[in-house]
Design a protein around this ligand. Sequence first.
Ligand code: CDP
Ligand code: MG
Length: 136
Amino acid sequence: MSKLEQTLSIVKPDAVERNLTENIKTIFLKNNLIVKESKKIHLSKEEAAEFYKVHQSKPFYDALCSYLSSGPIMVMILEGENAVSLNRKLMGATDPKNADENTIRKLYGISIDKNSVHGSDSLDNAKREIDFFFRN
Ligand code: CDP
Ligand code: MG
């Protein structure tokens, strides 16, 4: 069953730095995800830590927060049918080495930490993440 959803996408610092934002947006648009709102921001480490707090017990948490706050990011609200799972499919696996052909992470990811994009993993997290960036 298809449902109209919104999800949050982040173009991470490695991809913004390499000017990949437009290429990534084009992949979304070609796959019927429209960009409803977007902004380029540079998070502090504290803000990154708040955003990624679901991962606070993980060994990579500190490096992840340092990385996300290391440079500008582009945050986007994507909208479309089944936007949450469609975006995850277009992103590919967390580790670019394991990502399917033609996914964003396969095309552009450098490593498991510099994997170019973030995408909400559930509808509930999409709502929380959209609120985090756009509703305060
Ligand atoms: O981003 P995704 O939802 O695919 O993966 P996650 O398991 O929610 O992890 C969040 C982010 O942490 C990933 O996108 C990676 O950049 C990073 N990570 C890492 O640096 N090392 C790991 N072993 C796992 C994740
Ligand atoms: Mg995740």
